[in-house]
Design a protein. Sequence first.
Length: 72
Amino acid sequence: MNGFGHFFMGGGVGMILVWLLPVLLIVLLVRYFARGREGSSESTAMQILEARYAHGEIDQEEYLKKRADLIG
């Protein structure tokens, strides 16, 4: 066999790439989706509170109390 056929069938670097690339892709996808969920949970509480106040669902007194609770 000549060319790429020997590269993949002969083992070595070719076989490492055949297994490493899909595993690496899965790891990167898991990290991407996990990171998206982490960051959004912390900032959404304040964003939801501000949106509720902006839409008139809560008054200023309740907004300030809940804001103080979130800020700590």
